[in-house]
Each structure stands twice: as structure tokens, then as C-alpha cells.
Write a protein that binds this ligand. Structure first.
Ligand code: 6AU
Length: 274
């Protein structure tokens, strides 16, 4: 199973360009760290990204949080992605009918499909959401993650909902490259596809080394719990790296990014050596 292969071996087996590029970047930079940059000001956004850039494989954005957004910000983001060699994941969490999500993905102020290598969607509308998004994203070489589970207390994405999400992904393996989830999905939702054949990436939020949660239902686990024990592929870290995000102290942010990169990589090396 993909679980015991290296990122480089998995990159060779992937045909989706976004999945392949992400796995190659992880291997090249020895980083399975994705930093989630949830800050409201353009200047803080760019400063955090320029600081953590050398330590990440992927930058996750919520572009609709930025108060002073302007299209030129995307150009700056693209420049940083080339300077530091990372991919971009707009965490849009699409959740509507196919026609609407296709428009939300391609159009509006943010034109997500133009710049975001990876995005995500809730499986709640059923397979038509994948059809809608892939009509825009597949020709551009993009990849989609389905939210099979969530990190929050009391999440409804469990049991048969999670299983159906995995079945939906299996039926669209050209565009769905993996999941937002808390563990590997191998063997979830019985199928004919052997787990040697399929290789979904699992990107996992709710990661923190110094806290077990926040006051709004977020729950944190350590990189070792996520990558070694639960077999996930990428750790997504936000506030664990930049705190509240205003008055960003560059040295602290850099030190935290280095720390999470190292923890994530050690957990992966431990896993493939097992
Ligand atoms: O590390 P944090 O708690 O500061 O930030 C976690 C980030 C946020 C959430 O929108 C996102 O991860 N997230 C997601 C994603 C990535 O889809 C799913 C989930 O279940 N939990 C979660 O926190 O930007």
C-alpha cells in the first residue's frame, strides 16, 4: 500500500499533475508541512508566506479572509511560490450544485482555478459537485480534495458519510487526488480497487504541538500522531506557527515552521522504516 512507499515512489505513480507536483515538492524539500495562512491583512499574509516558504511543500489560503484583497496579490503569491518552491491550496470548501461551484471556482473576484493547484469540496451534494469542479479544474491540471472527515468536536462527517466520500473519490480518480481527513482512507468503503492500485493523498488539519484545541471546537494532534500513527501525508498547521497573525514576529514564525517541518519529516521517516 501507498502507506509504506516513499513520496518519490508515489510521485512516479501519479498521473494527476497537481498530485505529482506536490509529491515531488515534498520529496525535494523534505517537507510534508502545509502552512495555513489565515490572516486578514495583505501585508501579514505575504510576510508569513515569505517567512515560512523555505520550510513548506504547500501554502493553504482562505483568500476571502483578506480585507484589502486586490488581484495583484495573486501575482505576489505566485512570485513567492516560485521563489520558495511550493504549491498553492485555496481552502474554498465548495458545497453547492455542480453549475454553481463551477462558476465559484472559475469566476468572481478571486478566480481560484487560475492560480490554485489544489482546492477542496464537501461531498454533501453528491458526485455532481465533482463533475462541476472538474469541468473547470481538470483541463487546467488541478486537483481536488474531498472533506471526508473534519477536525472539529462533534463533526457530522463520520461513518457512512466518510465511506460515501471515499466511494465518490474512487469514481473520479482523474481529478480527486485525496482527502482532508484525520487518518488514511485505505479500506474505508469496501471496493474492488486493491489498495495497491489507489493512492489518495491525506492532508490533515488540526495539528499543534503546544495546544490540544481552541475555544471554538478545533482539536489538535501532534505531527507524530497524524503522520506516524494515523498514516496521513501532509500536516496542515496554522496558528501553531504564527499565533494570532498580527504583529507577526518573523523570527518566531520561522523557528516554528522549522520545528513543524522537522517533526513532520521525522514522523514520516519513522513510518516508512516500519
Ligand atoms: O491550525 P489552525 O487551527 O489555525 O487552522 C486550521 C486550518 C483552518 C481551517 O479552515 C482548516 O485548517 N481545516 C480544514 C480544512 C483544511 O479543510 C478542515 C478541518 O476539518 N479542520 C480545519 O481546521 O484554515
Amino acid at each position: 500500500p501507498a502507506y509504506s512507499l516513499t513520496y518519490a515512489q508515489r510521485a512516479e505513480r501519479h498521473s494527476n499533475p497537481a498530485a505529482k507536483a506536490l509529491l515531488e515538492t515534498i520529496e525535494r524539500k523534505k517537507s510534508n508541512l502545509c502552512v495555513s495562512v489565515d490572516v486578514a491583512k495583505r501585508a501579514d499574509f505575504l510576510r508569513v508566506i515569505d517567512t515560512v516558504g523555505p520550510y513548506v511543500c504547500l501554502i493553504k489560503t482562505h483568500v476571502d479572509i483578506i480585507e484589502d484583497f486586490e488581484p495583484a496579490l495573486i501575482e505576489r503569491l505566485n512570485e513567492l511560490s516560485i521563489k520558495h518552491d511550493f504549491l498553492i491550496f485555496e481552502d474554498r470548501k465548495f458545497a453547492d450544485i455542480g453549475n454553481t461551484v463551477a462558476l465559484q471556482y472559475s469566476s468572481g473576484v478571486h478566480k481560484i482555478a487560475q492560480w490554485s493547484h489544489i482546492t477542496n469540496a464537501h461531498p454533501v451534494p453528491g458526485p455532481s459537485i465533482i463533475v462541476g469542479l472538474s469541468s473547470v479544474g481538470l483541463p487546467l491540471g488541478r486537483g481536488l480534495l474531498l472533506l471526508a472527515e473534519m477536525s472539529t468536536k462533534g463533526s457530522l462527517a463520520t461513518g457512512s458519510y466518510t465511506e460515501e466520500a471515499v466511494r465518490m473519490a474512487r469514481a473520479h480518480r482523474d481529478f480527486v487526488i485525496g482527502f482532508i481527513a484525520q487518518r488514511r482512507m485505505d479500506g474505508v468503503g469496501a471496493s474492488d480497487v486493491s489498495s495497491d492500485e489507489e493512492d489518495f493523498l491525506v492532508l490533515t488539519p488540526g495539528v499543534g504541538l503546544d495546544s490540544r484545541g481552541d475555544s471554538m471546537g478545533q482539536q489538535y494532534r501532534t505531527p507524530d500522531e497524524v503522520v506516524f500513527e494515523s498514516g496521513c501525508d501532509v500536516i496542515i498547521v496554522g496558528r501553531g506557527i504564527y499565533g494570532k497573525g498580527n504583529d507577526v514576529d518573523t523570527q518566531t514564525v520561522q523557528a516554528q515552521a522549522e520545528r513543524y517541518r522537522k517533526e513532520g519529516w521525522v514522523a514520516y521517516e519513522k513510518r516508512i522504516a516500519r
